[in-house]
Design a protein around this ligand. Structure first.
Ligand code: ADP
Ligand code: MG
Length: 483
């Protein structure tokens, strides 16, 4: 198998551009779109196709399966971590000395915990991200980049892209089994999770609230999910509000029911609120607190949000950590097999090994703060400079050091406004979606649903879709000897 499906076709430039034009039209027709930065007349919204690859990218079937197979384990692990106060507190205590944003989240967590949780259940809509590591040349392996417990996007667009990629392969005359470009039920599973949580809340007239940014480039992904919810149960209303709307228009009843402009809310789905910029004033923080104090089921609840922080993920790689939460040794093995090494950077003896490793060999590591959404990590010489500057400062506590994964390079065409359309050397990151509903004592739902591939130019450090680094992609599954 060639490392690009496109190179197999001996296509001339004219034919390739024809496929490109059709792919762009297909994307616009099916809603594989993002909101354009430009506006139409009178401020109307303009759509453009979402950055994507022209063809699917080859992924070894065994790696894909390994990533799928550990999703339920990671759902359970995240849930248990979120309910272990001592683990959260011990893991985050040094971060909390210096990181204002984590302090804001912790304050809400503490208040809600001390008041007593009104709602025992949390809804998790997670995305576990991996790269296929090539450090061991004889045996490629799936390695975890991070698990996202908040606002994990692209589930809807990723499922639609399967249709587009089957279409581009079809027009190129490429024969394939459907199972090689697998179906992707991510939006269906996500919608199902939202509706299960809604049912659990138990009030027919209550709505599902999407908490969103005022301007959202990824709006089509969110809307597609909203309409999937509607198609599964037209009786459930989905509301969209910003934190400021909630500050101004939402209230809690005496029994902590959340009313938004008079409508009762059963489920709060946060697609915003994971970066400091989304809390410009105390009003947004107050709104988040109001949501967390309410009886509505939150996705994520504040403790799920905390459980997804990079510091927690680093602590989980330490000996004995996973074992504390997961008793089944084969599940522990599945989880641990995906870990690369991670190190504390805390000021003091605990963080000195990480400090030295990062300074000596920065190309082999990534430094991560407690942030989400792309564009926050440090790479290469920036790592050395940062660590030298902060050798004696507590600033280090807010970061962790992670071994760098070197994903297999392959070739594909990236289709993105403003980017030249050429066959490029690229690497991919595979995301697997999971749904979980549970309380401290009870599990109501644990499932895996669908996937996403994101592909970026080889040599690009960051990989986010919405941050503009990566393009939407689909796996084309092959046996390892063909990869
Ligand atoms: P964010 O919350 O900002 O998405 P991530 O941990 O996913 O943080 O890092 C952002 C991007 O940086 C990833 O999508 C990936 O491209 C790259 N990256 C993160 N960790 C590693 C790693 N250990 N090795 C190689 N690349 C990484
Ligand atoms: Mg990420």
């Amino acid at each position: 198998m060639a490392d690009c499906l496109g190179t197999q076709f001996h296509v001339d430039e004219k034919r390739l551009h024809e496929v490109l034009d059709k792919a762009k039209a297909f994307a616009l027709t099916k809603g594989i779109c993002m909101q354009s930065e430009q506006q139409g007349q009178n401020g109307t919204m303009l759509a453009q196709y979402f950055p994507l690859t022209l063809f699917p990218s080859v992924v070894p079937r065994a790696c894909f399966q390994e990533a799928v197979d550990c999703m339920l384990d990671f759902n359970t692990l995240t849930h248990k971590v979120a309910h272990d106060h001592n683990f959260l507190e011990n893991s985050l205590k040094n971060v909390l000395e210096v990181d204002e944003f984590t302090q804001g989240l912790w304050k809400i967590y503490t208040q809600v915990r001390e008041e007593g949780y009104s709602q025992p259940f949390s809804l998790g809509l997670h995305r576990n991200d991996f790269m296929i590591d090539t450090k061991n040349p004889g045996h490629v392996q799936i390695k975890q980049v991070e698990i996202n417990t908040m606002a994990a996007g692209a589930a809807s667009l990723g499922s639609l892209l399967v249709l587009l990629h089957r279409f581009t392969l079809d027009i190129m005359g490429k024969h394939y089994d459907k199972e090689e470009v697998p179906d992707n039920d991510a939006p269906l599973g996500t919608a199902w999770g939202l509706l299960k949580a809604w049912e659990l809340y138990g009030r027919k007239q209550a709505s599902i609230l999407f908490v969103v940014c005022e301007t959202e480039s990824n709006i089509f992904d969110q809307r597609h999910l909203e309409f999937t919810v509607f198609s599964l149960n037209p009786g459930v209303r989905v509301l969209r509000r910003t934190y400021l709307d909630i500050y101004n228009g939402a209230s809690l009843t005496e029994d902590k029911r959340l009313l938004v402009d008079g409508d009762e809310v059963a489920v709060v789905y946060l697609r915003a609120g994971y970066t400091p910029a989304e809390y410009p004033t105390h009003k947004e923080w107050d709104a988040r607190l109001k949501l967390e104090r309410s009886l509505a089921i939150k996705c994520p609840s504040i403790q799920y949000h905390l459980a997804g922080l990079k510091k927690i993920q680093q602590e989980l790689t330490l000996p004995g950590s996973v074992e504390q939460f997961i008793k089944d040794p084969t599940a522990v093995k599945r989880i641990r097999a995906t870990f690369v090494k991670q190190y504390s950077l805390d000021l003091g003896p605990e963080g000195n090994q990480g400090l030295e490793l990062g300074k000596t060999d920065p190309d082999m590591y990534v430094v991560k703060p407690q942030r989400e959404g792309g564009g926050n990590n440090l790479y290469r010489n920036d790592i050395r400079e940062f660590l030298e500057k902060h050798t004696n400062s507590k600033e280090r506590n807010a970061y962790i050091l992670m071994e760098r994964i070197f994903p297999k390079a392959h070739k594909n065409y990236l289709v993105s406004p403003g980017r030249s359309f050429v066959l490029s050397d690229v690497t991919s990151e595979l995301g697997i979606y999971g749904v979980y509903i549970g309380s401290a004592t009870e599990e109501k739902m644990n499932m895996q649903c669908g996937h996403i591939l994101r592909t970026k130019l080889l040599g690009t450090d960051e990989g986010g879709l919405c941050s503009g680094h990566a393009c939407l992609d689909t796996p084309f599954l092959v046996n390892e000897d063909q990869a």
